[in-house]
Design a protein around this ligand. Structure first.
Ligand code: MRU
Ligand code: ZN
Length: 206
């Protein structure tokens, strides 16, 4: 194994322990990845408990989502990762989680997006420097046809190049960053903000 693969594998395993520990990756849900090379990603295999990943529970793919390791079963949502690496050369890590708050908020929000505004923590997102602005989070209807879902996502990204993450309704969150630490920071920020949104709605009876 190359040093680079070993380092990224460790980051994925550690991310899984952390995200499972926070309750954001229950019951084998979620998938994680890191860019292995300009034209390759390293992704979690399908169906594993994400709090108990081992060194063999990742595989390399090309950016069209094809496995480069035939003996291993790639994540069902591989394409949702590789499309991001193909979209932006600066993306180095992608995380997908299934928290209660992301799931409930996406179900309670009608329409195709959610606006986060006036929160200081918006500054945890790449490119955001003030609370005085809106972070728009698209919400795509869930779809078991991942290629079709990836097409919807791509259409949004092409029109909104500053997008920092998205929700899939009743399913979960995708976000990304230059490094694994950036993607983890954004997951935490989204989770904090989703909880604020849900609590605010509860208090206001909305
Ligand atoms: C355990 S249900 C969750 C899955 O259907 C899927 O949404 C998911 O996040 C994990 O799929 P995986 O194929 O393990 O990467
Ligand atoms: Zn999922």
């Amino acid at each position: 194994m190359t040093d680079q693969r070993q380092r990224l594998t460790r980051q994925i395993i550690d991310a899984g322990r952390f995200l499972y520990g926070r309750g954001w990756s229950p019951a084998t849900s979620s998938n994680y990845s890191a860019r292995l090379a300009a034209d390759q990603a390293l992704l979690t295999v399908s169906g594993k408990h994400k709090g108990q990943l081992g060194e063999d529970d990742v595989l390399a793919t090309d950016l069209a989502g094809h496995s480069l390791e035939p003996g291993k079963k790639p994540s069902a949502e591989t394409l949702l990762h590789t499309q991001l690496y193909a979209w932006r050369a600066e993306i180095g890590a992608v995380l997908h989680t299934h928290s209660v708050n992301a799931t409930v908020l996406s179900r309670l929000t009608p329409g195709d997006h959610l606006e986060l505004e006036d929160y200081e923590l918006q500054k945890a997102f790449a490119g955001v420097t003030t609370h005085e602005g809106r972070v728009t989070v698209p919400i795509f209807d869930n779809d078991q046809d991942i290629a079709r879902l990836a097409l919807q996502v791509q259409q949004w990204l092409d029109k909104h190049p500053d997008c920092v993450g998205y929700l899939i309704r009743g399913h979960g969150l995708y976000t990304w960053g230059a490094q694994m630490s950036d993607a983890l920071r954004q997951i935490e920020a989204f989770e904090f903000l989703f909880e604020c949104e849900l609590k605010t709605r509860q208090v206001l009876g909305r």
